[in-house]
Structures are given as C-alpha cells and as structure tokens.
Ligand binder design. Structure first.
Ligand code: SF4
Length: 289
C-alpha cells in the first residue's frame, strides 16, 4: 500500500505566522494569552497550551491587566485593541498580512464615504459571526452589511451605492454569483473587490485532484473548523471512499480494513490541520497495516 500526504494540505501562511509568533513569545516568557483558539484544531491548541499558551475570551480580555495577548490570524476589530490598551496589555499581533490589508481597504472605503456619501453600503460576503468577519465589520463601525450567500443579495438596496468585499476564505464561484446577482438588479453605483485568498481558493481544486488519485482518502481536521467541513465535502464529492478523522485514534478497525484493500491511501487536511498530525495518522496506519 502506498500512503501519501497531500503536499498542499496543512497550515496556510497566515496560520503558520501566528503560531510562530506564539512559539517565539512562549520561548522567551513561557506564558502568553491568545484571544480565541489560535487555530481550529484541538490537538495543535493543546500542543501550544502545553508550552504555556492560555486561550481567553472577550470577557477575560476585559479583566486581565499588563499581560501579553496574541491576536490570531483571523484579525480583530479596532475595539479589541482599545480594550487591550486600556488595561495596559501588550498586543502581539498575529493577524495574517492578507487579512490586515483587507481590513485597511474596508476601513479606507468606509472613511472615504461616511461623511460625503452616507447612502453608500459596504457589503461583506462572509459568514456572520465568524471572527474574521467581526474584524472586518469593526472597520466600518459595524455598519457593513454581511451577505452569506448569493441568494441574500435581495437584502441590499439596489438604488444606493454598493462596495462589495469578501471574507478571505469564501468560494470564488459563489462570490461571482453574488456579483452577477447585484449587477442584474442594481441601478446605483457598484464596485467590487476580489479579496478571496488564493491559498484557500486554489486548495479546493488541488484537493479534489489529490482525492481522485487515491483509492481511500483520510481527511484529518478539527470538528470546530468550517474550512475542514467544506474541504472534506469536496473530498467526498471527488472520492466516495473519503473519511474524516480528528486524530490517529479515529483509525477504526473498519477503516483499517478498507485501507488494507487499497493500493493508494491519501492523507490530507484543512488549512488548520498541522502536518505533524497528518504524519501521526500516516505512521499509525503504516504500523497497523
Ligand atoms: S487563508 Fe489566506 S488570508 Fe486566511 S489566514 Fe490563511 S493566508 Fe491568511
């Protein structure tokens, strides 16, 4: 049996950067707070917590003083920075540079229009309540309209100017469906910005190709990760013998039997899946088969 780990799977540059910052800080001080899970993968969070990382929420942030607080790759709204500074906390900013640039573009559009054209609608194509989207809305004093799917375009006022941006991890295809829906109905000004991160957009096709080349696919991901859920569905579409695992412990007898009958077993994961976890799955699979 040939076991291959997909070379495109694993952390994107943004997540890798935030984790490096955490590791550097922890090496120096042995203690660091992180606002929210640094990555949607329980095992990686646990590894960093063992090094001294402590995950906190927004209520905790209001009560801690003179501490070092890491912001993860998703980014944060301006209010998070103010709250941290008021309590004398030092921000270690792990915001992905791609997300940072998007925040700046949205803030610039908001500031350019808030006085001279208050009818302008800033629209964010994204998932309501997602950390990145909360950070983006914060750039507009929470006035931006969030649209989750192209079918929700009807909620917009097509007589007023529309400035459209996207959360970095949304589907390119759906984004263009939303653009088409707005174009078809608008009578006012419309400007759109393709702000989808290609690290994720390209991964779908690469993953489908990888899944098609295997007899059995073991997809490793966290149950809290929306990116893992989306990518796993693509895997299943490309190869019906695809299975979702959170760790090597999920290699059940049935699954091992399935793998034993395969010539090629592929291991892949989401942008939140650490390489070491995929390697553990490979090692256990190789040992047991
Ligand atoms: S998916 Fe892209 S934008 Fe999002 S954190 Fe990763 S590299 Fe940054």
């Amino acid at each position: 049996m040939q076991v291959t780990i997909d070379k495109h799977s694993g952390f994107c540059a943004g997540v890798t950067g935030a984790i490096r910052r955490a590791e550097n800080e922890l090496q120096q001080t042995g203690q660091l707070y992180c606002l929210g899970d640094i990555v949607h993968n329980g095992q990686e969070v646990k590894r960093l917590e063992d090094l001294g990382l402590e995950t906190i929420d927004y209520d905790d942030l209001r009560t801690i003083h003179h501490a070092r607080v890491l912001l993860r790759a998703h980014g944060e709204p301006p209010s998070t920075y103010w709250i941290a500074e008021q309590n004398g906390n030092t921000i270690i900013d792990g915001t992905c540079p791609v997300v940072k640039r998007l925040q700046e573009r949205i803030a610039a559009t908001y500031n350019a229009h808030k006085h001279d054209d208050p009818r302008a609608q800033i629209v964010i194509f994204g998932k309501r309540g997602h950390a990145e989207v909360i950070g983006l809305q914060g750039q507009t004093n929470n006035t931006a309209i969030v649209v989750e799917k192209p079918e929700e375009a009807d909620a917009l006022d097509f007589t007023r100017p529309i400035y459209l941006f996207s959360q970095t991890t949304k589907s390119l295809e759906d984004f263009h469906r939303l653009i088409d829906a707005i174009e078809a109905q608008r009578s006012g000004f419309f400007e759109w910005h393709d702000t989808i991160c290609r690290a994720v957009a390209n991964r779908v096709e690469q993953l489908k190709q990888f899944a098609r080349e295997q007899d059995v696919v073991l997809f490793v991901g966290g149950t809290k990760s929306s990116n893992a859920a989306v990518l796993f569905n693509h895997c299943k579409d490309a190869n019906a013998h695809s299975y979702f695992l959170t760790s090597p412990e999920d290699l059940t007898q049935d699954l091992l039997d399935d793998c034993r009958q395969a010539d090629k077993v592929g291991i892949c994961g989401a942008t939140s899946t650490p390489l070491w976890l995929m390697e553990q799955v490979r090692d256990k699979l190789t040992k047991l088969t």
